[in-house]
Design a protein around this ligand. Structure first.
Ligand SMILES: C[S@@+](CC[C@H](N)C(=O)[O-])C[C@H]1O[C@@H](n2cnc3c(N)ncnc32)[C@H](O)[C@@H]1O
Length: 510
């Protein structure tokens, strides 16, 4: 590739993904939980402005634009193929409230535009040069509204220390030999696996590295290239990121994932006592990362954020509404958390899920139910924190403006469903209830599309899957031939109608 990549890996696109961490309702819940007043425009779910520098394929911004027609979105990336793809989706979905700019951070910094309520920097901070981070800081200084929020993710220390030699090994091995980058990446991963298999040295002394290499064998070359092969790749202590952002008046507000705000879900009781000895929140957070060997962080920062008093925080949490993302029967019996597996007690989760299957409910409405009141407010809130963090439930956007959100989401989803005739991206539909994405598999998308087109679902899905050479499986066996695949699809469709469709209808995506 030419000279425009500024040390960033070129010639290979990033993976296509949609993230939920900076959807307005999620931001509001995470901020309120941590005692910050969420920006009013976000709380109303309406006229906010959101920017996503380094947006990759821009699918999160596109989906949020579909789900929030009254808001405005600016997503930018210097990779022209990322921007060309998302512009085509935006045109198909009739998005009039989003711009997708093919610009470098430096070009974007020179642009004038409206003041921003939210800036999302996902997968950017650790993967670009110090010079580009300074440019992004300048954009934040100039354009973030007082009261605005920044989401930033980065590779964290000390957990990333163990990835450093592996990254170096991949970089050096990819530089050897020729051929297309994906082939060189595959050879580099196999080379690392062969070295690891010899054991000894760094491999013998570093926990988790063999497992990490095994994981990489199943990752796409697109992910590996963008994660490991950039000229710049810096892991940060949380305190150092907080210091850089403090220079542009940003203050650490808390972990973006609600569960990560609760010490008892991330630290042992002794570790909690040690963390409590640190009065400064940034130092305490950095200590937590050391104690948990954290390797990746998703943080929220606020500019001129307002702290909520105890009763106002309680009032705002009480008004917050939540929806279930899975059928009640699909709730797991245990949750995986950083401190191990926690049981989902039936006495709490059954009435909670039962209430949420009736439709979105506020915390106050849930607590008005005797079975949940008996569990106590703390336990119900904690359950909601866990469910939302594990993508089993999600906070809901205000009811106001629903009809417009529904019409716009529907247009967006029509375009997205059409895409699933040919692949499994973006794999999410816009929910006017959540104001965020709902994951769907390619087969689910094909069933939904068949419904819209009045086609027989199993036959419609099989026509598209077989065109891509896909063969289904059942109980570990391949379904051989058209008939066996059609029978399997009919079985899956019946299960979809019974368990998944009611959830998707409740979320306004079907
Ligand atoms: C690891 S990807 C993350 C993409 C997206 N934010 C996500 O999380 O899916 C980083 C993105 O930043 C873009 N990027 C890197 N340096 C850039 C620069 N100087 N100007 C504009 N975009 C840049 C890359 O093209 C790439 O799409």
């Amino acid at each position: 590739m030419g000279g425009w990549t500024e040390g960033y890996v070129g010639g290979i696109d990033y993976i296509r993904a949609v993230y939920r961490d900076w959807s307005p309702a999620m931001l509001c819940f995470a901020l309120t939980l941590r005692g910050w007043r969420p920006p009013e425009a976000l709380r109303r779910g309406g006229g906010f402005t959101l920017a996503e520098p380094g947006c990759g394929h821009g699918l999160t911004s596109a989906l949020l634009a579909g789900a929030h027609p009254a808001a405005r979105f600016e997503a930018m990336d210097f990779n022209p193929s990322h921007i060309a793809g998302v512009r085509r989706l935006a045109a198909e979905a009739g998005l009039a409230n989003a711009e997708f700019l093919e610009e470098s951070f430096a070009e974007y910094a020179r642009r004038d535009g409206p003041m921003l309520d939210v800036v999302a920097l996902h997968g950017v901070w650790s993967w670009v040069s110090a010079e580009n981070r300074a440019i992004l800081l300048d954009t934040l200084r100039r354009r973030l509204m007082p009261g605005g929020v920044v989401f930033v993710s980065y590779n964290a220390l000390p957990g990333t220390l163990s990835h450093m030699p592996l990254r170096r090994l991949l970089v050096e091995r990819c530089a050897e030999g020729d051929g297309p980058l994906p082939d060189r990446i595959a050879r580099a991963v196999e080379f690392a696996a062969r070295i690891a298999a010899q054991g000894g040295g760094w491999f013998a002394n570093t926990e988790g590295v063999v497992e990490r290499i095994e994981q990489l064998r199943h990752k796409s070359p697109n992910y590996i290239a963008h994660e490991y092969l950039n000229g710049d790749w810096t892991a940060f202590y949380h305190a150092d990121v907080a210091r850089e952002l403090a220079a542009v008046k940003l203050e650490f507000a808390g972990a973006a994932v609600p569960m990560e705000q609760l010490d008892d879900l991330t630290l042992s009781s002794v570790q909690q006592t040690l963390a409590d000895e640190m009065r400064d929140p940034v130092r305490a957070e950095t200590l937590r990362d050391v104690m948990t060997n954290r390797s990746f962080r998703r943080d929220l920062f606020v500019k001129g954020g307002e702290r909520l008093g105890r009763s106002e925080r309680r009032a705002l949490l009480g008004e917050s509404r939540f929806a279930l993302l899975v059928a009640t029967d699909d709730l797991p019996e245990v949750a995986s958390t950083p401190v191990g597996r926690l049981p989902f007690p039936r006495a709490l989760y059954q009435p909670l899920a039962g209430a949420l299957t009736e439709g979105p409910q506020s915390l106050d409405a849930l607590l008005a139910r005797p079975a949940l009141a008996a569990q106590g407010e703390e336990a119900v809130l904690r359950a909601l924190v866990l469910l939302t963090s594990l993508s089993l439930a999600a906070p809901v956007t205000p009811a106001e403006g629903f009809a417009e959100r529904r019409a716009s989401s529907d247009r967006f989803n029509a375009a997205v469903l059409q895409r699933h005739r040919f692949g499994d991206a973006p794999g999410q539909l816009a929910s006017p209830v959540l104001g965020a994405g709902v994951p769907v598999s390619r087969i689910e998308a094909l069933f939904l599309l068949a419904g819209r087109l009045g086609e027989e679902p199993a036959a419609f899905a099989w026509r598209h899957l077989s065109a891509d050479g896909i063969v289904l499986g059942r109980d570990g066996e391949r379904c051989e031939g058209d008939d066996a695949n059609l029978v399997e699809l009919a079985r899956r469709h019946a299960a979809f109608v019974q368990r998944r469709l009611p959830v998707l209808e409740g979320l306004g995506v079907a």
